[in-house]
Write a protein that binds this ligand. Structure first.
Ligand code: PMV
Length: 326
């Protein structure tokens, strides 16, 4: 059977960095994100007794061997759940660069999970799909349901999954991605996360996390953009402080990203309300209100370091589509 799914990447407002169980990908803390309308992965999966081996085709040159191993391990999980033995062909395409900080593993494993579960004949709930996606890549569990979602950390595989907080049209905030370079990061997030606990500041971060999550949820509820933006930006800087002070230290912020971070602060100081956040890579997300999109787009276009700009609204989660890639 063949099935195809499309899934969005997401931007974490409260970040997931550090695991309490490596194999199960159980996070140390919960996280909150928004699905992104223009960072998408489309994946077709076909299980067929005629395939001798699993075959994986990814549209770009990401670290193919590691990605392929993780994808096959995910197919194995789904095969064992569906009680089938057939090998599969997987074709996957991103409409954005991978390994530059735009969370292609979130959209990738969400699309793979939904397509492969359906192709294997499984009929899973949104919660079951989120749990399964998490086993492929932690942040992927937040790309299953629509709009704004919260990954509840949990303490077992069954209790660690994302729940929907608000639908996509709840709040018209915009995430503007500035692509500053297509250079691939050296250390992927699965690898980097292993070092989180070695930062002397990590216990402090965790001790304040449940309060932080509570505040962010309140600002979302109140649609208080200023408080929300301030917290989101501070959270990104805190995660990078953990990365920089872990052993080995991880430096994901590049000169180009730093330049935009400084510009964002400057624009804000003259009354243009915009905040930044960034993950494991140099590309950077600017969060603003709808009314400021044109102005910020124009300002960003004038920055020599910016190679491309992708405008995202809050979006639907992973879903099946009828147009297959093969
Ligand atoms: O799901 P992973 O292993 O790609 O980790 C994602 C980690 C961050 O993007 C840095 C933060 C997050 O919550 O998305």
């Amino acid at each position: 059977m063949k099935a195809t799914a499309i899934a969005p990447s997401n931007i974490a407002f409260i970040k997931y960095w550090g695991k309490k169980d490596e194999d199960l990908r159980l996070p140390e803390n919960g996280s909150i994100s928004m699905n992104l309308s223009n960072l998408l992965t489309t994946t077709t999966v076909e299980f067929d007794p005629n395939y001798k081996e699993d075959e994986v085709f990814i549209n770009d040159d990401l670290d193919y061997s590691t990605a392929e191993k993780r994808i096959i391990a995910h197919l194995d999980r789904i095969r064992s759940r569906a009680n089938i033995k057939d090998k599969a062909k997987v074709v996957s395409k991103n409409n954005f660069p991978s390994r530059t900080g735009l969370s292609s593993s979130a959209s990738g494993f969400a699309a793979l999970t939904v397509a492969a579960a359906s192709a294997a004949g499984l009929n899973l709930s949104v919660k079951e799909l989120s749990i399964l996606a998490r086993l492929g890549s932690g942040s992927a569990c937040r790309s299953i349901s629509d709009g704004f979602t919260e990954w509840v950390a949990g303490n077992s595989s069954e209790t660690s999954y994302a729940v929907p907080l608000y639908p996509p049209d709840y709040w018209d905030i915009t995430d503007m991605v500035a692509i500053v370079s297509k250079n691939k990061k050296d250390v992927g997030s699965t690898e980097g996360q292993k070092f989180a606990g070695s930062s002397p500041f990590y216990p402090l971060r965790l001790s304040k996390m449940s309060k932080k999550i509570k505040f962010l949820k309140q600002y979302l509820l109140d649609k208080n953009f200023t408080k929300f933006g301030e917290l989101v930006e501070a959270e990104a800087l805190e995660m990078h402080a953990i990365m920089m002070t872990s052993k080995p230290s991880l430096l994901y912020i590049m000169p180009e990203s730093l330049r935009i971070m400084q510009l964002v602060k400057k624009w804000r100081s003259v009354g243009l309300e915009v905040y930044f956040t960034l993950n494991t890579g140099q590309d950077i997300h600017l969060i603003c209100r709808q009314e400021n999109v044109r102005r910020i787009y124009q300002l960003l276009s004038e920055v020599s370091e910016v190679k491309d700009i992708i405008i995202n609204k809050s979006a639907k989660g992973a879903r099946l589509i009828s147009k297959h890639l093969f």
